[in-house]
Ligand binder design. Structure first.
Ligand code: NAP
Length: 299
């Protein structure tokens, strides 16, 4: 192993956000992690060295994520904890935020995201408020910073049009620190990435493995790179994201996979390998159109 390769430290890498905070590049995802699985997954991840956990009110598992953090014995101050405001809570930002703190059994969050740019009426999840949109929600989210109970705020699932609308609004005083979006070689979104990086907004990659039962795991280009490097396809996908400057949030409830997904130090992808992954033509979105009936992008 060359000295340069040995120096590649993906697992302790951080990115400096526009707030000055340092977000750990590798985080454990928890979407679809069932309450009876996620406590163990979070505990295993933290014991294995992960220092970043991503959850959301909508996942229905914040309480067990909090239990896993406690069970790990890792001090809260060493952990980056992200959760998200769900769509039906857009008019009740403080209430939604406090519920998440309570569920997670913590008195602060490192990052609180607006989960979707979509303000859903809680009494009818197919409807959106006629008198409220994500600009209003962001105005309220900004106020949370004054409480000291959240260190950074950001957005998720924002495309360029929505980002522009948000940044241009008179009430927007704080630029989102992060936009958490679906990112993998079958949904690389280069225009959005360029836009975000130009505004100093960190792109965080969700579904970095292509999500559950992903067709990406069977892609020939990926499989041949993984074979040549003696790495799993999942490890190659994570390093692809890290080399692009994304934080990556692989989800697993399987301890051996949680550990394997962190075996990313001391090796990297060559420019040719990155180009081969960039050249994958297949396209799919995990959280795209399937969500639209209830999560319409709403100006
Ligand atoms: P993902 O991390 O791309 O993939 C998870 C799937 O891959 C699970 O089925 C997992 O199985 C499997 N897996 C994990 N490691 C593996 C390995 N080494 N070998 C083989 N299979 C492996 O999918 P995701 O959950 O969609 O996305 C990751 C995280 O991003 C989420 O959990 C969530 O925290 C976040 N997210 C955010 C949004 C948003 O709207 N902001 C949307 C989607 C996701 P097992 O668990 O059974 O091991």
């Amino acid at each position: 192993m060359s000295r340069i390769m040995a120096a590649v430290k993906n697992t302790t890498k951080t990115y400096t956000l526009n707030t000055g905070a340092k977000i750990p590049a590798l985080g454990l995802g928890t979407w679809q992690s069932k309450p009876n699985e996620v406590k163990n997954a979070v505990e295993a991840a933290l014991k294995a060295g992960y220092r970043h956990i991503d959850t959301a009110f909508a996942y229905g598992n914040e309480k067990e994520v909090g239990d896993g953090i406690k069970a790990s014995g890792v001090p809260r101050s060493e952990i980056w904890l992200t959760t998200k405001l769900d769509n039906p809570w857009h008019k009740r930002v403080t209430e939604g935020f406090n519920k998440s703190l309570e569920n997670l059994q913590t008195d602060y969050l490192d990052l609180y995201l607006m989960h979707w740019p979509s303000s859903t009426d809680p009494d009818d999840l197919k409807k959106h408020y006629p008198d409220w949109n994500f600009v209003d929600t962001w105005r309220e989210l900004q106020k949370l910073l004054d409480t000291g109970k959240v260190k950074n705020i950001g957005v998720s699932n924002f495309d360029i049009t929505n980002m522009e609308k948000l940044l241009a609004a008179e009430t927007t005083k704080v630029t989102p620190a992060v936009n958490q979006i679906e990112l993998h070689p079958c949904n690389p979104s280069p225009k959005l990435i360029k836009y975000l990086q130009g505004k100093n907004i960190h792109p965080s990659a969700y579904s970095p493995l292509g999500s559950t039962d992903s067709p990406l795991g069977k892609n020939e280009a990926l499989l041949s790179i993984a074979k040549a490097k003696g790495r799993s396809p999942q490890q190659v996908l994570l390093v692809w994201g890290l080399q692009k400057g994304f934080s990556v949030l692989p989800k697993s409830v399987t301890e051996s996979r949680i550990i394997a997904n962190r075996d990313l130090d001391g090796w990297s992808l060559t420019d040719e390998e990155v180009a081969a992954l960039d050249g994958i033509q297949e396209r799919f979105k995990v959280c795209g159109d399937a969500w639209l009936p209830i999560r319409v992008f709403h100006g």
